[in-house]
Design a protein. Structure first.
Length: 280
């Protein structure tokens, strides 16, 4: 990989708390020419601070600590982040897969996955909202480098992570599903977006955090809406009409029309296949 002229971040892991093999692994990838090391703990982040000490003492490369989030609570995640910063993590990668989870074949009654108890982990686009939330949390509260990982599949996802304070992003599932060519499409999309906005990645980083911060001082929750329909994009497919829980949408003159019954729940925005509905 180094011969190709690309930056190489070597990922290492230990399943034990003491992580005896980590010193050897850290030295090995350093000697092999890695530019940085990502240390992952798989599914028990409690081990990570002690393991990070071992790796830091064995290599002078930047070390990125990748956490899993077994407990979806702000203070739990922040506590892990603070411990990693104290030890000297150069960045926190958020996050690993979520789980365990289970899927059964209803014909054979057998688990679909091959582990001993049939369980597995959840990854891909399904976990992206968690990735975005905890990226924002760590970037806002700890003022540290955060690398967003989990469900990032498009150039829009990358921009969203940057706006929430990410210093970088990682992509796996999209490459497995679409091939390595997806990286070129993502980079092209980012470049066009930056040109259209007249912005740079550095200027965009964390811009959404200020919007979030301002909301905390409001006397009541923000009420969005009502949504509006772009007549040029709407195809009158009717998906919004069928899904509206209060019957506020109907098709008139070849496009969807949102009436006074709308409660601004946002479901129609999520379902529109051509993105013809947006917040007013």
């Amino acid at each position: 990989m180094k011969e190709l002229g690309v930056t190489v971040i070597a990922s290492i892991v230990s399943l034990s708390e003491r992580g005896k093999e980590l010193a050897f692994l850290a030295r090995s990838v350093t000697d092999a020419g890695a530019d940085a090391i990502e240390l992952t703990c798989l599914y028990n982040p409690v081990y990570l601070p002690n393991q990070l000490k071992i790796v830091k003492s064995s290599s002078d490369l930047p070390i990125f600590a990748k956490i899993s989030i077994p407990v979806l609570m702000d203070e739990y995640v922040l506590n892990i982040g603070r411990k990693l910063m104290k030890v000297g993590a150069d960045a926190i990668v958020v996050s690993d897969t979520y789980g365990p989870c289970l899927h059964i074949d209803i014909s054979s009654f057998e688990p679909v996955l091959g582990s001993k108890n049939g369980s597995g982990r959840l990854s891909g686009r399904a976990i992206k909202p968690f990735t975005m939330y905890f990226t924002a949390l760590l970037a806002r509260e700890l003022k540290t480098n955060v690398i967003s990982c989990g469900g990032i599949s498009t150039w829009e996802d990358v921009i969203e992570a940057i706006l929430l304070g990410a210093s970088a992003t990682e992509i796996c599932s999209a490459i497995l599903l679409e091939g390595p060519e997806v990286i070129g499409r993502i980079l092209d999309g980012i470049s066009k977006y930056l040109d259209q906005k007249g912005e740079t990645i550095g200027k965009l980083r964390g811009r959404a955090l200020e919007k979030i911060r301002k909301r905390t001082f409001l006397p009541k929750p923000v009420r969005m809406g009502p949504p509006v329909v772009d007549a040029q994009l709407c195809t009158a497919c009717g998906s919004c009409v069928r899904s509206c829980p209060v019957g506020a949408i109907e098709i008139k003159e070849g496009r969807a029309t949102i009436g006074k019954l709308c409660r601004a729940c946002g479901l129609c925005l999520s379902l529109c296949p051509v993105n013809a509905i947006r917040w007013s």
